[in-house]
Write a protein that binds this ligand. Structure first.
Ligand SMILES: Nc1nc2c(c(=O)[nH]1)N[C@H]1C(S)=C(S)[C@@H](COP(=O)(O)O)O[C@H]1N2
Ligand SMILES: [Mo]
Length: 446
């Protein structure tokens, strides 16, 4: 007696005419899944809901941390949007966001370094994720329903915004804010657009992810070497190739490749943020390449020559003027004769590098008291640098005991490139707030 197998019991039945498996899942309205056109364009046997889900799952924690540290970094710069302090339209906005005074002075540097480093490190995963859904770009017809059209547009936005964030972020590390547009505006709004679309996308795809993990196991496909690498069963989303080629790499091979790329980026990037010997392999750090000598041997963003600082501005005639309820003026010797405090503080430049040194000078709080700073006054730190707008510093920040007008670093006078005769240095602020070549501190009612 012969038993006829029903189509669903056979392994891969193929309809002779359409070349399509008759038991392919169909959508809610009973239509066949979308397929890339021309058929057979995308034939990798490892594409499918599991691979895409797994890559997406890896991205969720990474992107969450990048977003949180990015927003912290942004708020540390200025709470409103509108330009990079100290120059530009944001120049008259004081820092309103503070890390709590109880937090170590390198907290901002950690947030910023994490943002920049992780932002680069996840990129290979982003690319692999895009590769895994590539056939979708070629599906014809492009849309079949209004909901489909909305989904497509949101996916386009998702991909476009992640690329914008990556490209602007990387360029900013390389060349500061010298774009034809305002980096902060684009990167910040790009982040919101990407963030919202990312959360939406994750929610919409959650059922697909859960199903893929339920059917395939979360980690089980990683146990399979090349020989056991088989295509996933046909899926509604059309990720699985309808005529898969023989595998040339296993799924875990692909993930190892992506992980290797991420680790390589980590290796050549992390030195920029944490400094030390690793900085010499920080290939992505063209800035912060100018160093001093001896105890002043740490990165300089803008040299004295670049800022057009002449010896006349910083020579024997230099005085520090402090303006509050009264105006007081000091020579450098007088400042050195005042009680000095020494603090280990980190400069974390927006370009992505940071450096921690031992700074010595007069605390800003002491200078505020000496000049009789009115309660709640904001501080404007004025540099001798031509054309440099004063840096605005909020009361909470200049009253922090750790905030200094530094005269010395690591036991010697600060070098001209690091801000001689005196510079501001504060805990947990973006590097550009630490005004160099200061000659005036004005405590003014806000
Ligand atoms: N007057 C003045 N101060 C300045 C700058 C500047 O261009 N002019 N650059 C700022 C930036 S962007 C950073 S990151 C720090 C770097 O300090 P460093 O050069 O001593 O490392 O100084 C800040 N202070
Ligand atoms: Mo900077």
């Amino acid at each position: 007696m012969s038993v006829t197998k029903s189509p669903s019991q056979r392994r891969t039945p193929v309809d002779r005419v359409s070349g399509r498996s008759p038991d392919l899942p169909s959508d809610a309205e009973g239509r066949a899944p979308l397929e890339p056109s021309p058929r057979g364009l995308w034939r990798s046997p490892i594409r499918g809901p599991w691979l895409t889900s797994f890559l997406g799952t890896l991205l969720v924690p990474g992107i969450t941390v990048i977003a949180l540290t990015g927003f912290i970094d942004h708020w540390a710069h200025y709470p409103q949007l509108g330009g990079d302090a100290p120059v530009g339209p944001g120049a008259d906005i004081p820092v309103l966001f503070h890390f709590p005074a109880s937090w170590p002075s390198w907290s901002y540097a950690v947030a910023q370094g994490t943002h920049v480093t992780l932002g680069l490190v996840v990129f290979p995963i982003v690319l692999a994720k895009l590769w895994s859904v590539m056939p979708k770009l070629f599906q014809r017809p492009m849309v079949r329903s209004l909901a489909g059209a909305v989904e497509r547009i949101s996916l386009l936005g998702l991909v476009a915004s992640v690329l914008v964030e990556f490209v602007t972020g990387t360029l900013d590390m390389e060349q500061g804010t010298s774009f034809g547009f305002n980096f902060n505006t684009v990167h910040y709004y790009g982040a919101w657009i990407f963030g919202v679309l990312f959360v939406l996308h994750a929610c919409i795809k959650l059922p697909v992810v859960r199903r893929a993990y339920r059917e395939r196991g979360v980690l089980k496909p990683l146990m399979q070497g090349l020989a056991q690498t088989k295509p996933e069963p046909p899926d509604e989303g059309g990720l699985v190739a309808s005529n898969p080629a023989a595998p040339t790499i296993s799924r875990r091979g692909l993930l190892a490749m992506v992980g290797g790329a991420s680790l390589s980026i980590l290796g050549v990037q992390v030195g920029e943020s944490i400094g030390g010997p690793l900085r010499s392999v920080a290939l992505l750090a063209p800035r912060g390449r100018v160093f001093g000598t001896g105890p002043n041997d740490f990165p300089v963003t803008h040299t004295a020559a670049w800022a057009q600082i002449s010896s006349r501005m910083t020579g024997a005639d230099w005085r520090l003027t402090v303006v509050g309820a009264r105006t007081v003026s000091f020579t450098r010797e007088q400042l050195l004769a005042m009680p000095q405090s020494s603090r280990t503080l980190t400069i974390a430049c927006t370009d992505g590098w940071s450096t921690t040194q031992l700074w010595t000078g007069v605390s800003l709080a002491t200078l505020a008291r000496l000049a009789g700073a009115p309660g709640g006054a904001i501080l404007r730190a004025v540099s001798v640098q031509p054309g440099q707008a004063p840096q605005i510093i909020s009361p909470a920040l200049y009253r922090d005991e750790r905030s200094l007008l530094a005269l010395r670093v690591n036991g010697v006078d600060i070098s001209l490139d690091h801000g001689y005769p005196a510079r501001v240095i504060m805990p947990n602020v973006p590097g550009n707030f630490n005004t160099k070549w200061v000659h005036e501190l004005r405590f003014e009612a806000a």
